[in-house]
Design a protein around this ligand. Structure first.
Ligand SMILES: *Cc1c(COP(=O)(O)O)cnc(C)c1O
Length: 396
């Protein structure tokens, strides 16, 4: 997955252009910048590649999620449905706005289960936020139907699945809003960065103002701009955006490498009885950033994961025990450990985590192993890795 593996000449050239002028900020300084607008350039490349009207690039994927929610008017006490298996950024972005994260089970797609989503809807629900974890997507048709039926927004977190598609459309472009991360370990990196995409002109206008203190971005005198509503600072710097300009041009090259490596590993593992693969919804194409498979029991999955590590097969994850990606270890959320007080809306709105039953999620995530697909592997390395994995899986 990580674009940093293939970091080089193109990235350096883009950054040099910014350094030549010294204009490190994405707004203003028109006279000094010698025509370089890297954040804007990246936005144009993204909106083209993702086939949407608007893209807005910001400081991180977490910021993009926060801004996406804010741009659609999500605020205090609104409920946002999110999966039990995701990165902590999901609930961070929701809580940042005083909204309430509602955790819901995942299924064999390792993403939101549409039935569980429908059961979690209340009069306070405003958004359904599927997270396309580890390169593959939620059942977006089913989720879209639920959202239409109940008048909810669909916000796709495609931070780990950039370049994947569903029924011919890029992931992120299908919901009302979609988000990407360009942090250092993502398929396309800016060092730090993120983006939201949408076809909705109003959300876009809100997003670009909100992420820059509410600046209306009219005219070319920043100091004279008005502030139609309260905002914040989630700007990306031109240096980071410049790296992204080079990386986004290489997205399809990266996907091609990932697909080839993924297919070699998958083909090898298919020969192992009792290994099954994650379900990809009909019409979905993964971005091949991870290969995900299930063992028959939790105990076998844990044992396999350990044996893989012991044999030097790195970059395989057992998310069930992971501190950051599964609800079981989110005690800072479930015990409400915060520096300051949470609002009453959030305190009252959070689920009772002593009572909620996520055994369906446990059933799937507890038996799953996720192998990161690297860009820098040689064909020999992939085939050796495949042999080792098959040997270990068969011996257990
Ligand atoms: C990385 C990631 C984010 C957050 O992105 P940052 O740029 O690190 O803030 C959000 N959601 C998912 C699923 C991610 O993997």
């Amino acid at each position: 997955m990580p674009g940093f593996e293939l970091f080089g000449k193109e990235e350096r050239q883009q950054v040099e252009k910014v350094l030549d002028t010294g204009v490190l900020m994405r707004y203003g300084f028109d006279g000094m910048r010698d025509g370089h607008w890297k954040a804007k350039e990246l936005e144009e490349a993204l909106s083209q590649r993702m086939q949407v009207n608007h893209a807005h690039v910001v400081s991180s994927g977490t910021a993009a999620l926060t801004i996406a929610l804010a741009s659609a008017g999500v605020g205090a006490g609104d409920e946002v449905i999110m999966p039990t298996f995701t990165f902590v950024a999901s609930f961070e972005s929701i809580l940042a706005l005083g909204a309430v994260p509602i955790l819901v089970d995942v299924d064999d797609t390792l993403t939101l289960n549409p039935n569980a989503v429908e059961n979690a809807i209340t009069p306070k629900t405003k958004v359904v936020m599927p997270v396309h974890m580890c390169g593959s997507m939620a059942d977006l048709d089913a989720l879209q139907q639920i959202c239409k039926k109940h008048g909810l927004l669909l916000l796709e977190d495609a931070c780990q699945a950039i370049g994947g598609s569903y029924k011919g459309k890029p992931l992120g472009s299908i919901g009302n809003l979609g988000c990407f991360s360009f942090d250092y370990v993502k398929t396309v990196t800016c060092g730090e960065g993120g983006a939201l995409i949408t076809d909705n002109g109003e959300y876009y206008e809100n997003a670009q103002k909100y992420s820059d203190h509410g600046h209306d971005h009219i005219g070319n005198d920043r100091g004279a701009e008005s502030h139609p509503f309260l905002g914040y600072n989630f700007r990306i710097s031109e240096l980071n955006a410049a790296v992204g300009c080079a990386q986004i041009q290489r997205l399809d090259e990266f996907l091609g490498i990932q697909e080839k490596n993924y297919n070699m590993l998958r083909e090898a593992l298919s020969s192992v009885e009792r290994v099954t693969f994650r379900r990809v919804p009909d019409g979905g194409v993964e971005n091949y950033s991870f290969l995900n498979f299930f063992l028959p029991t939790e105990e076998m999955a844990r044992r396999t994961h350990k044996a893989l590590l012991d044999a030097g097969v790195d970059s395989c994850f057992y998310w069930y025990d992971n501190n950051w990606h599964y609800y079981r270890k989110w005690e800072h959320l479930t015990n409400q450990k915060t520096l300051g007080k949470l609002s009453q809306e959030v305190l009252h709105g959070l689920q009772d985590f002593n009572k909620v039953d996520f055994s369906v999620s446990d059933h799937w995530v507890g038996r799953n192993i996720s192998c990161l697909i690297k860009l820098g592997w040689t064909e020999n390395e992939v085939s050796e890795r495949a042999d080792t994995m098959v040997r270990i899986l068969k011996s257990l």
